[in-house]
Structures are given as C-alpha cells and as structure tokens.
Design a protein around this ligand. Structure first.
Ligand code: ATP
Length: 579
C-alpha cells in the first residue's frame, strides 16, 4: 500500500473549539481549550486545535503563515495573557522571518583509530516563521547536536555534511541573528532577576528604542515568563541560595527572547519546570512566535499531552535517525499505522519515547499484530515506515520549494552603540565584582593577612648592610606569594567567562566591549587590594624611608595583577567555548 494512502483512514477530525480571529488566534485571548476528543486506534484522546498551517489532514484549512502574521500585525498585535501587546512591541516585519531547512544532514564524531561514529544520519526537515518545531527523542539521540548544527555551533571535534538552508540559501548564521538557550543556565549569580533582565535589555535592544521602551520590554518579558514574583530575588549560586532551578530556566529564556529573535533555539526549555509552568512557558513562546514571526526550534524531553498539543511540527529522532518529521498532530496516526498505536489514556509523547528507547532493551515492545519485537526492531520498522511515508515526501518537496523560492539574506538586528554596551557592561561587572565575595574581597583579606605576616616576620628590617639579605628574601617572598595570589579570583573569573561565552555567541556584544568593561571595572578593586596591603607592609617593615618598597608592595602588585587578569581575559576571549 502506498504510504500516502496508509495514513488516510484514521485522520483525526480537528475542528476549531470556539470563535476565532482571522489570524487563527482564539477569540478569547489565545487561551487554548482542550475540548475536542477524537477516537484513535481504540483510544480516546483529547487534544488542542490551533489552526496552524504546519499540519495536513485537518478539517480547518488555515491561512498561510505569512498572511497570519500580517493579520496579527495589522490588528495591532494579538492579546497575550497580560493584556494587549502594542503594535510597536514587535521589531520585525512579517516578511522578515527566517525559514530554516536542512537536507541530508550528517554529523559524525571521531570514534578512535580514525573511524567516524555517526551522530545524525541524513536528516531532512524545516522550521518556519510563526511556528514551534519540537525535536524529541530518547536521551543521547542527537537533539542537542541537531540544534548545534542548525545554529552553526558544532565543535571542531565533529564533522558535518549536508545542507543547512536559511531562507532557501546556504548562508552562515552571523553572530546575533539567532538566539540559543542552552541546556545549562549560565547566569550572573550576584544579580537579581530584574537586574539581569534589564542589563540584558540595555545590551541587546537597539539604540532606536527609548530607555523607557527597553524597560517596558524587559518588564513585559518577565511577566510573560512568570517571573514577577521573583523579580527582586538574587539569582544565586553555590555560595548564596537564590531562585529555584525552574526560575533560572525561565530567566535564561527571558534574556534570549527580549529581542524577539528571528530564529530561536531552545535546548530543553521546560526541564526543571512543573507541568503547569511548562505549559504556560511553551504556550507563551508559541504565541510570541506567531505574533512576532519567530522561528522556534526546541529540543524537548518529555512534554505533557497539553504541551505536546502546542507544538506545530515534530522531529522525532532515535539514535540519529528520523522516526518522524511532520505536523505534531499527525504523529499518533503515524505510530498507529506503523503498528504502534498509543494505548488509551497514555500521554502520546510518553508512548513515542518508550517505543524508541533501546537503552533499556530488556523491555520488549509488542506490535499491533501481537508479534513481539525488540526496541531495535521497532525503531527499524518506524524508520522504514517514515521513509516510505507521505511525510518524508512532503518534507522533501517543501525543502525543494524553499530552495527554489529563496529569500532575503538574514540581517543582523540593530544593537546599541559600542560605547553604550561598554558602559552597561562596566556597570554590570562593577556590581558583580562588588557583590561577589570570591572576586576581590577574599583576596583583599588574604593579602592583608599575608602582608601582616611579612611585616611581622621582617619587622623593622633596617637599612644596614647586614639587612640586605633579609630585605632580598622578603622581596622574593612577597613576589612569590602575592603574585601567585593574583589568580585567587580565577573561579569567579571562569564563571564570568561562561557568561561572556554565552552572550558573545548569541551576539549580545563583542570581545572589545567585554575587555574594556572588565578592565575598567576591575581597576578600582585592584588598586584597593594593592595599596592597602602595600601600605601595611611598608609600615611594618619600617622601610618608610625607602619609597621603592612601597612601590614594590603596591604598584608592582597592581601591575602584575592587571597583566595576569588581562592575559586571562585575552586568552579566554579568543576561545569562545572556554567554559
Ligand atoms: N563532540 C562529540 N564527540 C563525540 N560524541 C559526541 C559529541 N557530541 C555528541 N556526541 C554523542 O552524540 C550523541 C548525541 O548527543 P546529544 O548531546 O546530541 O544528545 P541529546 O539527544 O541532546 O541527549 P540529552 O537528551 O541527554 O541531552 C551522544 O551519544 C553523544 O555522546
């Protein structure tokens, strides 16, 4: 049987759940209701309807995505959960969205003895403006690798083959044209949520926007991410407990969606969130994507039924191979006709992932016809079913159309000026150094203790010829200890570099602003921790009459630390994935 025909009989009937606007948004303000049930493989499932253009086989024929975005824009923006969104809150015209496609994409890593181990095996797919594409699959199946490949962030240890098309052309994503929320939350732990978001807004939003508009954008985005309650709490780290893991996740997302980027990659946006928070976050991102014409690609682990219902497209992977690519709403039907129907009352995404996870291969899946098969066989059956299905045919056709149609090159969004960025970074860095005990204060205390020790050991060392040896050994002692201590702030510096790495890769600012800001903000602290211990040593050793000793304690220490820190910064800036 032709695969296109295979999928016809049990197409779920999706109908709109209530009055809708021309843009397909629910007229009640975008609140999605779960009031449509359909029979499927003997199981009764409830799901959502969004009238999205991604899928096929729906009774509601939605308008094309660009028309949809234009309508929303013409209407002055659609409502979000927090009241009307003003028309000028969008930075992008509807035709400025990014269409991302990948064709025959292979990624492999060195497997020892010169062999290559494939991580992604000939994937095809696409993501379009206004839509959220979910990448799902068992742990280690290649979700993050696919996101990295699409975002142009693969490390040098892996090689990539195949085409990645942006607006139908092969072009490299420049810094700042996409935003990527990584799996780990890399945040400045000394800042409050509000400070972190506001500094980010000042660093990223274009100078054409007024300060008030930037503040409003920051507040609005915090509200979208449900962070109002935690706005004035410090993010916190190992030394100071701050916001929760789920709130950190939301802060990470909040910072990256401030500019409403044309292309947004999310690596596990809902990890650490409870099911209600996951639903609200994905729902708000979905609405934002539609409203702002953003293309969103998200690697997701285990969405609830409601969250799964929010995705437009699904790319389901198993060990580097495509199990399914198409409309998320068509996945259940695909599994059903491939011989793996979802049991009644089971979360479909749980079923998909359980069917294709062979890490615990003692569990034997039972096929529809009663045959028992291993998970590896189940995966092969699904891969074969997908390869002969209309879904692959449709994906291939769409990619060809995108290639033929082409589109404009992706432009960088406007940014604040170099001076503004340097000033904002200097202020942020100064606040961070002031609040971080490990950065300078700890070293300050240790330097004072060391200088007290040196001062008492060589107390009143004198100026006679007999004291020359004592003065020489004192200078060596001071040089060795105090210079060594210059790297005492290294742990805080490494944390700083991780933040710099993330922000730089996302195009928030460049290396020069960072180096200037860190040097300026560090100077007062370095001066303080050079002069105070220097003065103590100078006084105790009784070398008041010889000014060069003070210079040694203070100026040499200061310049040594400046040089060490400057070198660390330059080396770290040259290596983006320093962390
Ligand atoms: N640079 C690399 N060198 C060698 N192997 C790699 C490299 N990067 C990824 N891999 C391997 O590729 C596979 C896929 O990794 P990836 O991080 O993409 O998985 P994932 O689906 O995101 O997993 P998780 O859901 O657990 O985060 C893993 O087996 C991993 O060990």
């Amino acid at each position: 049987m032709a695969s296109g025909q295979q999928h016809q009989p049990s197409v779920p009937r999706w109908t709109p759940s209530g009055p809708r606007t021309a843009g397909g948004e629910a007229a009640d303000g975008g609140v999605v209701r779960f009031d449509k049930a359909y029979d499927h493989g003997g199981s009764s499932m409830r799901s959502t309807d969004h009238g999205f253009p991604f899928g096929s086989g729906r009774s509601l024929e939605p308008p094309p995505f660009l028309l949809e975005i234009s309508v929303a824009a013409e209407n002055g923006g659609v409502r979000n959960g927090n009241g009307p969104v003003s028309r000028d809150s969008s930075l992008r015209r509807p035709d400025q969205g990014v269409v991302l496609a990948w064709e025959d994409l292979w990624v492999s890593a060195g497997g020892g003895k010169g062999s290559r181990v494939p991580i992604l095996c000939g994937l095809n797919g696409y993501a379009r403006p206004g839509e959220v594409l979910a990448i799902m699959g068992p742990s280690g199946c290649g979700k993050s690798t696919l996101l990295d490949a699409l975002a142009g962030r693969l490390g040098s240890s892996v090689s990539q083959k195949g085409d990645i098309l942006i607006n139908g052309r092969q072009q490299k994503l420049a810094f700042g044209t996409s935003a990527y929320v990584t799996q780990d939350d890399v945040l400045m732990t000394t800042l409050t949520v509000r400070e972190a978001v506001h500094y980010s807004a000042k660093l990223q939003l274009p100078s054409a926007m007024s300060a008030a508009a930037k503040r409003e954008r920051a507040e609005e985005t915090m509200r979208e991410m449900g962070l109002e309650g935690a706005a004035d709490t410090r993010i916190g780290g190992w030394a100071h407990k701050g916001i929760s893991g789920g709130q950190r996740r939301r802060v990470s997302i909040c910072i990256e969606i401030l500019t409403r980027p044309a292309l947004l990659f999310l690596d596990e946006p809902t990890s650490g969130l409870d099911s209600a928070a996951s639903y609200h976050i994905v729902n708000r991102i979905t609405r934002m994507a539609r409203r702002e014409g953003m293309t969103v690609v998200a690697a997701v682990h285990q969405p609830s039924t409601e969250v799964f219902g929010l995705f437009h497209g699904l790319c389901l992977l198993a060990y580097g191979k495509t199990i399914f690519f198409g409309a998320a709403a068509d996945t259940s039907q695909f599994f059903s006709v491939s011989g793996f129907p979802c049991p009644s009352l089971m979360n479909p995404s749980d079923h998909f992932l359980r069917t294709i996870n062979k890490d615990f291969d003692k569990d034997i899946e039972e096929g529809m016809d009663g045959r028992r098969m291993s998970t590896a066989q189940a995966i092969d059956a699904l891969v074969n079913s997908y390869e002969s299905s209309a879904h692959l045919e449709k994906a291939t056709r769409q990619i060809q159309e995108m290639r033929a149609t082409g589109g404009p090159a992706v432009k960088k969004e406007g940014k604040p000026s170099f001076v503004t960025q340097s000033l904002v970074l200097t202020k942020r860095s100064f606040v961070n150094m002031y609040r971080d005990l490990g950065y300078y204060w700890l070293r300050f205390a240790i330097y004072i203790a060391l200088c007290l020790c040196v001062g008492t050991i060589y107390h009143d060392v004198g100026h006679s010829y007999g004291s020359i040896q004592a003065r020489g050994s004192m200078l060596m002692f001071v040089a060795a200890f105090l210079t060594f201590m210059a790297i005492g702030g290294f742990p805080s510096f490494v944390e700083d570099m991780k933040i710099f790495g993330r922000e730089r890769l996302n195009g928030h600012y460049g290396v020069a602003s960072f180096v200037i800001a860190n040097t300026l903000s560090a100077t007062p602290y370095l001066a303080l921790i050079s002069v105070v211990p220097g003065a103590i040593g100078y006084y105790l050793t009784g070398l008041q009459s010889s000014i060069e000793h003070f210079a040694y304690f203070a100026v040499v220490l200061f310049t040594t630390m400046m040089v060490v820190e400057g070198l660390m910064m330059i080396v770290a800036s040259a290596v983006p994935d320093f962390s």
